[in-house]
Design a binder for this molecule. Structure first.
Ligand SMILES: Nc1ncnc2c1ncn2[C@@H]1O[C@H](COP(=O)(O)OP(=O)(O)OP(=O)(O)O)[C@@H](O)[C@H]1O
Ligand SMILES: [Mg+2]
Length: 254
């Protein structure tokens, strides 16, 4: 049984079909990179995987079970725009994820539980290279540091699936390279299954174990919303990255 299965998924807003007939089978630990033209539905697909939206048709199963109606701790998410809380320190931004679910029951987390949460947050922040910035506030961090913080915030919940929506799009090339190395380290260390949207094809090729191309192949000029995007290429990258890249590049120049 696959870890995640996407079964004939359609997503439609009003009379605009955005995604049509998506079928995928994803093994645990895969690193899927998603590319496609702007507006073709990549972020929509991530929202479906997150459980933030329910598909108009079809189903998404995780471990054979339908996704929970609400996003839960099994799926973490990092957006291009920083999602950190500006009024909390770096350490508190990450510890908060552990504190919130419990504080709903306990009123407030105190004593040992709070120290444990902060200790775990600190260990993770050291791992992502923010060990020296625990007491800083997000506005005092560079873009790359804020993005590390957002990744730590997502990982503290030990998600099984990490959803990344163009997480590095706003970063300088040098910092982006550091972030790639960090992400690959974290991915190798855990059994994380990753879905990452990127506009940068080479990022998609270099990071992924599998590259998916979203494209709208059918158009009706009289009914612009009638057709949505499909996954037109689904390319395994482990076996022969170079051949796959050459194939795609030849398509682009054709
Ligand atoms: N909640 C919504 N209601 C109506 N239309 C929506 C909604 N969410 C997305 N859309 C439409 O769905 C289409 C796909 O949007 P989406 O944001 O998923 O594209 P994308 O591939 O992520 O684009 P980009 O690369 O620019 O981020 C767009 O036409 C958008 O206007
Ligand atoms: Mg998007």
């Amino acid at each position: 049984m696959s870890f995640i299965s996407v079964n004939n998924v359609w997503q439609q807003y009003g009379d605009q079909v955005v995604l049509e007939g998506l079928n995928l089978s994803i093994a645990e630990g895969e690193f899927c990179t998603l590319v496609g033209a702007s507006g073709c539905g990549k972020s929509t697909f991530l929202r479906l995987l997150l459980g933030q939206e329910v598909p108009s048709k079809g189903s998404i199963l995780l471990d054979g079970q339908p996704l929970a109606r609400e996003p839960d701790a099994s799926r973490g998410v990092v957006f291009q725009r920083y999602s950190v809380f500006p009024h909390l320190s770096v350490l508190d931004n990450v510890a908060l994820g552990l504190e919130l679910p419990r504080s709903a029951l306990l009123g407030r987390l105190f004593g040992k539980a709070k120290r444990d949460a902060r200790e775990q947050a600190s260990v993770l922040l050291h791992k992502v290279g923010l060990g020296h910035a625990l007491d800083k506030y997000p506005t005092q961090l560079s873009g790359g540091m804020q993005q590390r913080l957002a990744i730590a915030q997502a990982l503290i919940m030990k998600p099984r699936v990490l959803l990344l929506d163009e997480p590095f799009g706003a970063l300088d090339p040098g910092i982006r390279k550091d972030m790639h190395a960090l992400l690959l380290d974290l991915w190798r260390e855990t059994q994380l299954t990753v879905f990452m949207v990127t506009h940068d094809l080479s990022e998609g090729f270099n990071l992924g174990t599998r590259l998916m191309v979203f494209d709208k192949v059918r158009h009706d000029p009289h009914a612009p919303g009638a057709y949505g995007a499909r996954i037109t290429y689904d390319i395994p990258l482990n076996s022969d990255r170079r051949a796959a890249r050459a194939a795609i590049e030849s398509l682009q120049t054709a």
